[in-house]
Design a protein around this ligand. Structure first.
Ligand code: SF4
Length: 239
């Protein structure tokens, strides 16, 4: 069974996805191990229906108390996200790292500093965007999030998007892009086009590389610049 089939089998709420261009085939990611599926059944995912009537402040508190997956056992802080509650831009990364776990804020380490520079390059201050992650707790040793953890945490991001009503979403890195777009494609195949996320909202979404990857591969910064310009141009076209 491939990764998408696993996601469906787990009952992950599907996002409405509409790409501006057909998505081409690409080598699939490694399928999840069966043991991961066994793990996943031990979690009781947060239910979207439990969050429907709460605002962002209450949602932040809900996250801070969450024990829906095993990551609550090793976290120092939950990382809900930061930014104003009414913003045009929503930035979604993968999961908190060590610095973020310690401080309870997203993107505060070297990757966060690079993200700040990336935003400045298109004329945005961090205060003008909302930044969050797919997971609200740090996976130990910065390992990739498990499918079961993404499943357990998914409703929080879903509710954040509903409440924030961003005009555009920037998806940082492979894990976030594959989870949000329910795709197996390599990130190089996903970037460079506009997707639309959300069941009703159809929020324009652009995929680009994670700043942590750019720290290791600085030559890819040019591609991120192109992706951010694509997002900005699309947003301006909507005005
Ligand atoms: Fe809850 Fe998400 Fe943290 Fe898991 S990662 S404990 S689901 S807030």
């Amino acid at each position: 069974m491939d990764r998408l089939a696993y996601l469906r089998a787990l009952g992950i709420t599907p996002w409405h996805l509409r790409a501006s261009q057909p998505v081409s085939a690409d080598p699939p990611v490694e399928p999840a191990e069966p043991a991961e599926i066994v793990d996943s059944m031990a979690y009781q995912p947060v239910q979207t229906s439990d969050l429907q009537s709460i605002d962002l402040t209450a949602l932040r508190h809900h996250v801070s108390q969450c024990q829906a997956c095993e990551l609550h056992q090793t976290r120092k802080h939950t990382v809900f996200g930061e930014g104003h509650h009414k913003v045009d831009w929503l930035i979604i990364g993968e999961a908190p790292g060590a610095d973020e776990d310690r401080e309870g804020q997203p993107f505060v380490g070297p990757a966060g500093q690079l993200l700040t520079q990336m935003l400045r390059a298109i004329g945005l201050a961090r205060e003008e965007v909302f930044i969050t992650n797919i997971l609200k707790c740090r996976p130990p040793n910065n390992r990739d999030p498990k499918v079961a953890e993404i499943h357990a945490c998914h409703a929080y991001l879903d509710r954040q998007i509903q409440l924030l009503e961003p005009k555009i979403i920037i998806c940082l890195g492979r894990v976030a892009a594959q989870a949000l777009l329910q795709s197996e494609l390599a990130i190089g195949k996903m970037r460079g086009q506009i997707y639309h996320l959300g069941r009703q909202q159809n929020i324009p979404t652009v995929v680009t590389y994670h700043p942590a990857y750019l720290l290791r591969s600085p030559r890819e910064k040019r591609k991120v610049w192109e992706d951010l310009k694509l997002a900005r141009a699309h947003l301006l076209s909507l005005a």
